[in-house]
Design a protein around this ligand. Structure first.
Ligand code: PMT
Length: 219
């Protein structure tokens, strides 16, 4: 039913986790599988969009000819890749779970286990989505919020702070939602609207998200 509804649009999607190197063998990461972002990419491509999919380390695969997959590792690399393509982006969707902090510097050699305590100094990573919000010209920007408490309040605060048009909330308090699962349960917020959805497959959730985006673009 949605064939060609995003024809002529360029959709940029961030997906997956980022890995921040501690030393040549270790990193700081998280449980994101990339499934949510890859499902969004498949659905946007099925609707005729040109899709730029920028993903951290993920086992997900894509073969759609309208999806250009760019694989990155760290938040820094993801930021650089996003801004290579941002000017030509019509719709930006940030589903990546970006590490908020990274080791100040990665050790050049494998850290030996000599001491009983090891301190690794972390520094704040760039906020990719916030930077997209600051540099927004004509882009329609969709963020995600992964929360464990004060979910709605936090999601709405992120919508404002990052200058988004829409935010998708998923809560780790909902069973079957968030990381790794093949399912997700979301709420969508704009500045004036709120819509709640049932637990569904990530493919179905991607359809709901893009239906909502399209309804906003018509306004
Ligand atoms: O990959 P899956 O296993 O399928 O799991 C999907 C998911 C749970 C990762 C996904 O649905 C999700 O919620 N992604 C966002 C996770 C997250 O990091 O949320 P946040 O509330 O910490 O960040 C808010 C928003 O800012 C997000 O859009 C995030 O991509 C973005 N962000 C955050 C920090 C940062 N340094 N740069 C960013 O761009």
């Amino acid at each position: 039913g949605h064939k060609e509804s995003l024809q002529g649009k360029t959709v940029l999607i961030t997906a997956g986790p980022t890995y921040e190197a501690i030393d040549p063998v270790r990193f700081i990461g998280n449980h994101s599988s990339g499934k949510m972002g890859f499902s969004l990419a498949e659905e946007a491509a099925a609707r005729g969009a040109e899709v730029i999919l920028i993903s951290g380390p993920s086992a997900q695969k894509t073969g759609h000819q309208k999806i250009r997959l760019h694989q990155v590792t760290s938040a820094r690399e993801m930021l650089d890749k996003v801004f290579e393509f941002y000017d030509r982006t019509d719709i930006g969707i940030a589903s990546a779970a970006v590490a908020d902090y990274a080791p100040k510097e990665a050790a050049r050699e494998k850290i030996k286990k000599n001491d009983d305590h090891l301190t690794i100094e972390l520094v704040k990573n760039p906020d990719i989505l916030k930077t997209m919000g600051e540099r927004k010209t004509r882009q329609f920007l969709v963020g995600f919020a992964l929360e464990t408490q004060n979910e709605e309040e936090n999601a709405k605060a992120k919508l404002e702070k990052k200058n988004l048009d829409m935010i998708v909330l998923n809560s780790l308090r909902d069973e079957g939602a968030g990381f790794k699962n093949d399912t997700n349960k979301i709420k969508i917020f704009t500045r004036t609207e709120k819509k709640e959805f049932d637990l569904k497959s990530k493919e179905e959730v991607a359809k709901d998200i893009l239906d909502f985006v399209e309804s906003q673009l018509l306004k």
